[in-house]
Design a protein around this ligand. Sequence first.
Ligand code: N2P
Length: 386
Amino acid sequence: MKRTALSLITAVIVLGLLLTACGGKPTPPPPQKTEAPSAKETEAPAPAATEAPAGVEPAKEIVLYNWSEYIDPEIYTLFEEEFGIKVVEDNFSSNEEMLAKLQGGATGYALIVPSDYTVGIMIEEGMLAELDHANIPNLANLRDDFKNVPYDPGNKYCVPYQWGTTGIGYLSSEVDEPTSWAVIFEPDPNSPTYGRTTMLDDVREAFAAALVYLGYDINTTDEAQLEEAKQLLIQAKAGLSGYDSDTYEDLVAAGENLMAHGWNGDFLVAQEDNEDVAYTVPQEGGVIWVDNICIPVTTPPDQKLAAEMFIDFLLRPDIGAMLSEYTYYASPNAAAEELLPEDFLSDPAVYPPEEVMSRLQYIEPVGEAEALYQRLWDEVKSAPVP
Ligand code: N2P
């Protein structure tokens, strides 16, 4: 059992000390392409008051809008015990779903967890509140490179939550390691994976897989390249049992499916149910991402204060370690990393070796081409199975 194997309060601290002594440090992800902020970004509407007005009391309940199975529920219990603040969770399956919901006027979410490129979009659209760092002293625990991510320099709006990669998970007892995305994009009716494979229900992730297989930039805005990627995604449908971003790893662990496009940590957690579940990044490459915890600009001051207290709580070394032990995703928190067990820190599926890192790309905002991606994705989804 990976999730709760250790009593974090005790055993992990001992392990952490041992690790520090051995100098066991994972490889950091490469810096992302830095772009000068666009005119639009610098003109983004000023966020709402960043400091809670004097005398404001934290709200007694806040809602966290998060990806599914992306937090140890025990963290809510510990937070409520200490601060008397209840955290209620609601889930989304993609950045686009979360974004559309907020753009549609949904309020009531004090905390959201967008990926890197979506943070960029939300800052530009003035959708995020500026964080009051005075309420988040544990920001100091972040690893240096996560204190200055290009989409949010200086953690002005968000705090990195977990990071990971996108590749292919498979049942190693039934199929060979998929070394190329061809296993998805050139479906073979004679393969055992035919009809027992899923892809993420996620526009940018799906296009990234197709584009990387074609050898194109995963952030291309070239219409001809995107059209080619669309045709490939339609071709892949013949071998798919569906699109799924929430339960795909469980279906592989159960042997119902044999392969899935998905996120590394989800497959690693599924190894608890079936040790034959494995994860790989195909030779053509894959996606590297950082998810972040942020506060929507519409959040009232009492909820914003409670949300900042929760962010600070997550940044504690023991809570940060608890989070990564549960999700099996890498932590951006240096102090938490020191408490994580050696088998976690040395797992190449969690901390990709340099050879894999060199094949990974970040998804970035594509500006006006976002609508084009969405239209082509709708066409993929509605196309008949070839
Ligand atoms: C957790 C999903 C990970 C989010 N179930 C990938 N950005």
